[in-house]
Design a protein around this ligand. Structure first.
Ligand code: X2X
Length: 416
């Protein structure tokens, strides 16, 4: 009798185990994400909790457990600028292609760093932000080498319209650009693609600027990056640092006389023409954007996820860069937007658009630009050693090799 009870108990135990295993198999199959369905809701039931314990060694659970519930992306500007739109494009593409495993919340208009834009790089390197589409200017107080792009009048106009943009691409895709990405990585940030805020043009409400004397005494809002103070002082202006978050009110109230920013990404979307009647196109500094990710996050992703994030960054950056340049280059950007993105921007002639809005626009001739350039030797003397002579030389080589022109700067290198 006791023997029979023992056998019955064993049979019941076996049935229970088989049923449990079969149930678990069904549950885990149901829960596994497929190419077409979204992953299951993160709130596990008691049954799934048990299965998680039982399956910790399988690859399915490993791939899902290390994602954060939500990742943060930082952007200095709002969602109406192509800069903000490209951030959205990047985040959405990542979420779509990872089937929702990576969800990104975008913090526009500097929300993540309470308006102090020069803090963005630290937040990204510390992981307070996981992703950013950041301006090299805003990161340059921390990564001194990024001041390369704001050395005044460094990039040559070249022989043909649009050559100056080819010079920028040559640096970003060349030796100098690679060195810069390596430096970022040492600070815990992985750069994935180059976008663009654009060449910065100066606007003001008082009068046209064609010569350095026209700038004399004008109070100009600049970003809180020291090379700007040095440059505008060298040019005879009166620069004052201000966060972008406070700038529009300052323009409206005429706390400052002028400002400098790129046409397509800032001046038009932020309607600077409502405050300033005069603009001078002088292409004195470029502000590349970097699509970047915190290195700890990056290292936590599997190869497939990395590939998705990288490809999505390259795609969004390409669209964004074309938007920054459309109507200002030799037509390449409009072609890219139409042919590769099937997208026609609303404004294809930004200069004409701004004139229609009432702006008086002065486009400097190469000779007039050279007069400004002749005033900034002191900026080069101080900043080339800070940026690093090697990096500046590498950038010059990149440009000369790509464009076949000579780059002249008001600086003599200490060594060959
Ligand atoms: O603050 C600016 O001028 C802006 C928006 O261009 C940057 O973030 C560098």
């Amino acid at each position: 009798m006791a023997k029979n009870t023992f056998y019955i108990a064993i049979i019941i135990a076996v049935v229970v185990i088989v049923a449990a295993v079969a149930g678990f198999a069904m549950l885990s199959r149901k829960g596994a994400p497929t190419a077409t369905t979204a992953p299951p809701s993160p709130k596990p039931s008691v049954a799934t909790k048990t299965t998680v314990v039982a399956t910790t060694s399988t690859t399915t659970t490993q791939a899902t457990t290390h994602y954060k519930k939500e990742y943060k992306m930082s952007v200095v500007v709002g969602p109406n600028s192509p800069w903000g739109q490209a951030a959205k494009m990047w985040a959405e593409e990542i979420e779509k292609r990872t089937h929702g495993k990576i969800k990104i919340k975008i913090y526009f208009a500097g929300q993540l760093f309470a308006g102090k834009q020069t803090n963005e790089f630290q937040l990204l390197s510390q992981g307070v932000a996981d992703f950013a589409v950041g301006s090299t200017i805003n990161w340059s107080p921390v990564i001194k080498q990024l001041n390369l792009f704001t050395l005044p009048f460094f990039f040559p106009e070249g022989k043909h319209k649009g050559d100056i943009y080819k010079a920028v691409d040559a640096v970003e895709n060349g030796v100098a650009g690679k060195k810069i990405f390596q430096i970022l990585e040492k600070y815990g940030v992985v750069g994935l693609a180059w976008g663009e805020n654009g060449f910065r043009q100066i606007t003001n409400w008082k009068h046209p600027i064609r010569t350095p004397s026209d700038l004399s005494g004008l109070k100009i809002r600049v970003v809180g990056s020291p090379i700007f103070i040095d440059t505008f002082k060298a040019l005879g202006a009166n620069p004052t640092e201000m966060n972008w978050a406070d700038a529009l009110t300052a323009f409206q109230q005429r706390v400052v006389d002028g400002q400098e920013n790129p046409i397509n990404i800032v001046i038009i979307p932020y309607k600077i023409y409502e405050f300033h009647k005069y603009m001078t196109v002088w292409d004195y500094a470029i502000d590349p954007l970097i699509f970047a990710v915190n290195k700890k996050d990056w290292d936590s992703f599997d190869e497939q996820t990395k590939k998705i994030i990288l490809e999505a960054a390259i795609k969004a950056a390409k669209w964004e860069k074309a938007m920054a340049r459309v109507g200002l280059d030799d037509g390449t950007s409009l072609k890219i937007l139409k042919e590769e993105f099937n997208y026609t921007p609303k404004i294809t002639d930004p200069i004409k658009y701004l004139e229609e809005k009432g702006m008086k626009i002065t486009i400097l001739t190469p000779q007039e630009r050279d007069v400004f350039k002749s005033k900034v030797a002191s900026v080069y003397k101080k900043w080339v050693p800070i940026i690093g002579e090697d990096l500046v030389k590498a950038a010059i080589d990149d440009i000369e090799n790509a464009l076949g022109i000579k780059v002249n700067i008001p600086y003599s290198f200490s060594s060959k």
